[in-house]
Design a protein around this ligand. Structure first.
Ligand code: SF4
Length: 276
């Protein structure tokens, strides 16, 4: 199964990982352009720009139609920088990754208005963020101008709607049986918030073991209505985190999916609206 693993690597290590599936990251777009050759393009899922302030001239001139992930680390500081990347849309699909911190709503709205996809990152939002997350959920669910996905909202909503057992670990690109992180020293570690959670051995069964363990352990997860899709995702890195904020958010998405399913069922029922 190792062939299926995608390695998130610093740009300078592209020659070392050549031939394997990669996500290539750098603070400097020109470092990516210099290290990636044409033969790599089919193996690269996307490139990740870790800071937004650098020159993007090399990327604009590159011509490789590869997806670009823009990492916002400080919403206030980085918000105005997003405008600079709008011209990239002519040659690259663009996604903005933004942490679950105050100011996230402004980033999501601007990114969507510019035509970028969004990925909400991290997993233990504070209570004070509840209203902002609810506003983003309503924006995603009801705003007709949202044409690009806002993750994890989008995939979770679809999972609820289709009753698909996909988990947040997979949606958020943090399932260690699929993705590994290679740090700046070239050491392979676990992805995302799992970094530092032990070695890489036996992780092809990570989700199954998590499902069995999390469901069996006494605690908030065992009785949680979202365990099937969440699998304890919000219990990292602090296991004592209380999930009230994220449960409200997931309930909003779940209710909307159920409502849509009911609407579709009535549409397809005898005497329903279909075919009229
Ligand atoms: S929402 Fe929280 S309590 Fe529920 S399964 Fe996820 S981490 Fe566990």
């Amino acid at each position: 199964m190792t062939d299926a693993i995608i390695y998130t690597i610093p740009a300078r290590l592209v020659p070392v990982f050549r031939g394997r599936k990669m996500i290539v990251r750098s603070h400097d777009p020109s470092e990516i352009v210099e290290n990636v050759i044409a033969a790599d393009l089919n193996d690269i899922s996307f490139i990740k720009l870790l800071s937004l302030a650098g020159s993007i001239d090399s990327l604009m001139a590159w011509g490789a139609e590869i997806p670009v992930d823009l990492v916002v680390s400080d919403p206030c500081r980085d918000l105005p920088l997003l405008y600079r990347y709008a011209p990239l849309l002519g040659t690259h699909p663009v996604r903005v990754s933004v942490p679950l911190v105050p100011g996230i709503g402004n980033v999501v709205k601007l990114a969507v208005s510019l035509g970028f996809a969004v990925k909400v990152e991290g997993g233990q939002p504070e209570e004070s963020l509840s209203d902002e997350l609810q506003r983003i959920a309503r924006f995603y669910l009801h705003q007709s101008t949202v044409s690009e996905p806002i993750e994890f909202f989008h995939s979770l909503f679809l999972a609820f709607y289709h009753q698909d057992p996909v988990t947040l670990w997979i949606i958020q690109e943090e399932d260690p049986s699929l993705i590994r992180y290679v740090n700046d020293q070239g050491e392979e570690t676990l992805p995302g918030r799992l970094a530092g959670e032990g070695d890489n051995q036996g992780l092809s069964t990570f989700l199954r073991e998590l499902r069995d363990g999390t469901a069996a352990e006494p605690g908030e997860c065992a009785g949680c209505e979202f365990l099937r899709h969440c699998l304890g995702y919000f219990k990292w890195p602090a296991k004592e985190y209380r999930c009230d904020v994220v449960k409200v958010l997931m309930h909003t998405l779940y209710s909307a999916a159920e409502e849509l399913r009911a609407d579709m069922a009535s549409l397809h029922a005898p005497g329903g609206g279909e075919g009229r």
